[in-house]
Design a protein around this ligand. Structure first.
Ligand SMILES: [Zn+2]
Length: 600
């Protein structure tokens, strides 16, 4: 009797939570924020969609494959931050509003009006394209609907769109804009395509079975869609994962889902709801998903259970963190629920029966797989050494106990240390670890040009992960298991004149473009001088392009030169000197003699 009471009490409590957070009198103001574009809400990607190493922190607003659409302030407020980056959000604006929330607009092509003027001046005064300026007090004010900039594709964006966020101004947590009523029209229900069954063997986890839910395997006997077979489990600890997708009405783009949950015999045991998260939580996506499966199969299984080291705050669990241990001879019901941002809900029912304990090939093979290996434990800092190698794991480096392998291989061609094969990239790293490698046979005097290089053991290429030389070691940060070695970077970046063509915007031709690239350590400095005078370069890192947008410096130079050359009958030219350095201080310099534009 007592157990039943508790169960009902619990169900009631769970419903209450769902009501408070999902349906009912939400604390989120409705109709306060307008959609920041002229169109109706239309998304390329919703809040929380599953990305590499992060959940999508905002909504990606569709701009129909174009740049240059006006972007409007979503509500009254003041500009609280302007950030310009060669990657990331590119040209971004943050607005703080009086209701405790801030809005963010990323990947802009350019800024507008007084904001644009302020930024241009700031960049010239500080001689920098990239900056991150926070305004503590209202300075640049905006009204709801004011144009703040124009949509673009700047920074890390791979196609034109506006990245839009609503944040809590105090906590800096990012919130699902759908909670504020910004929801695109959608008639399609989410679909569950597969259920995955996991079995726990000590602290290890084995993927036991995939349930394919294509329509031929699904029936309806009055409880909604149900898997046509019965799942057979032994009386041990199991957990589940699901693959689910949501499409909006046009069915073109795959969207993330808003919520999913699991009930076991009508008791909620797990749910995950994308209302809000903090930026330092977003990398927990690697514990949220079956990471190895994603790396191998490129399919994202969302777990219905929580690893010990997973501190993402989007979960609700009851009992054993989503795991269940059925009793011998039991028949039971698993009910999976998936919901999109428009509250379309899809369920799936799976009936299971238990058949005693299987004694136990799984346990044996697991024990064999970890035989003789040492563990890395979550929650502990731990030092791992080998000849010429020192690694210090962060307490938050791993989510679960990892029995690791460490092999020392001979020095690869062109490398300046042994190759260290540190476990497998199929296991995720959360907080990066300190890594130090001792150089071998590095030419004297070039030690400062060494970089730590990371490579996937199966690929033959290495990428620089930075690092710096200090007292006989090259020290830096590792953020993956895999292969590490040292390489030498003595080659400066290249600089070329470029006839760069922006496929998404051909209106803007008042510019000169240069192609800049580096072979290893990456570009760290870029500068341009027009007739010896510093001028601003925009840097679009993904396209390897720096751009001089013709501005007042060229205008003034042109006025002077045109008037004097008219007397002498020459075609006036200017000199553009471009100087680019990489992270190891290798410097390249080139001068371009350019004809002055006539109609400028
Ligand atoms: Zn985005």
């Amino acid at each position: 009797m007592k157990a039943i009471k508790q169960k009902y009490l619990f169900v009631f409590y769970f419903c209450l939570m769902q009501t408070a957070f999902v349906y009912g009198q939400t604390p989120y103001p409705q109709n306060y924020f307008r959609y920041p574009l002229d169109s109706l809400p239309n998304l390329v990607s919703p809040f929380g969609s599953l990305r590499d190493n992060h959940f999508h922190s905002g909504m990606d607003l569709r701009t129909n494959g174009r740049e240059g659409l006006p972007v409007y302030a979503a509500a009254d407020g003041f500009i609280s931050r302007i950030k310009v980056q060669k990657n990331g959000y590119g040209k971004a604006i943050y607005i703080e509003h009086a209701n405790g929330y801030s809005t963010v607009y990323g990947h802009l092509q350019k800024y507008h009006g007084a904001i644009a003027e302020w930024i241009h001046k700031y960049q010239y005064i500080n001689k920098t394209f990239e900056f991150d300026k926070i305004f503590m007090k209202p300075f640049l004010l905006v009204k709801k609907g004011d144009t703040i900039g124009f949509s673009g594709n700047s920074g890390g964006s791979t196609g034109p769109h506006v990245h839009f966020e609503i944040r809590n101004s105090q906590t800096e947590k990012t919130l699902n804009p759908a909670l504020f009523g910004i929801i695109p029209f959608d008639t399609l229900y989410p679909i569950i395509t597969k259920i995955h069954v996991y079995k726990f063997v000590q602290e290890g986890l084995l993927l036991k079975k995939q349930i394919d839910l294509s329509s031929k395997n699904v029936i309806d006997v009055g409880f909604g869609p149900q898997w046509k077979d019965t799942l057979v489990l032994s009386s041990e600890t199991f957990a589940f994962g699901l693959e689910a997708f949501d499409y909006i009405h046009n069915g073109r783009d795959e969207k993330g889902i808003y919520m999913y949950s699991l009930n076991h015999n009508s008791v909620p045991v797990f749910s995950h709801t994308l209302n809000e998260f903090a930026f330092d939580e977003t990398k927990y996506i690697n514990a949220h998903l079956d990471y190895a499966w994603y790396k191998l199969q490129k399919q994202r299984i969302q777990k219905c259970f929580i690893s010990d080291g997973n501190l993402l705050g989007t979960y609700f669990t009851y009992g054993n963190k989503g795991k269940i241990t059925p009793k011998i001879g039991e028949m039971g019901e698993l009910m999976f629920w998936v919901q999109d941002n428009n509250k379309h809900t899809t369920s799936l029912r799976v009936i299971y029966k238990t058949v005693g304990t299987s004694q136990d090939a799984d346990k044996l093979s697991y024990e064999q797989s970890i035989w003789g290996k040492r563990p890395i434990l979550p929650g502990k800092s731990q030092t791992i050494v080998a000849p010429g190698l020192e690694i210090k794991m962060d307490p938050k480096s791993v989510y679960d106990t990892v029995y690791y392998e460490l092999k020392v291989n001979p020095t690869p061609t062109n490398a300046f240390s042994e190759e260290y094969n540190f476990h497998t990239p199929l296991v995720p790293i959360h907080a990066s670890f300190d890594i130090a490698i001792k150089p071998v046979a590095c030419p004297v005097g070039l030690e400062k040009k060494l970089v730590l290089a990371y490579g996937n053991p199966k690929a033959d290429n290495y990428n620089s992960i930075g690092g710096s030389y200090d007292k006989g070691w090259v020290r830096g940060k590792g953020s993956n298991f895999g292969n590490y070695t040292l390489l030498l970077d003595t080659i400066p970046p290249s600089i070329k004149w470029s006839k760069y063509k922006n496929d998404y915007d051909d209106s803007d031709t008042l510019r000169w473009d240069f192609d800049i690239r580096d072979n290893l350590s990456g570009i760290s400095k870029y500068e341009a001088f027009l007739n010896e005078q510093w001028v601003l370069l925009d840097y679009d890192a993904k396209n390897h392009i720096v751009t001089y947008q013709w501005d007042e410096v060229l205008k003034q130079t042109a006025q002077k030169l045109w008037s004097s050359s008219m007397l002498e009958g020459e075609v006036p030219t200017v000199t553009m000197k471009i100087i680019v350095s990489d992270a190891k201080g290798n410097k390249q310099e080139r001068e371009f003699r350019l004809m002055l534009p006539q109609n400028f």
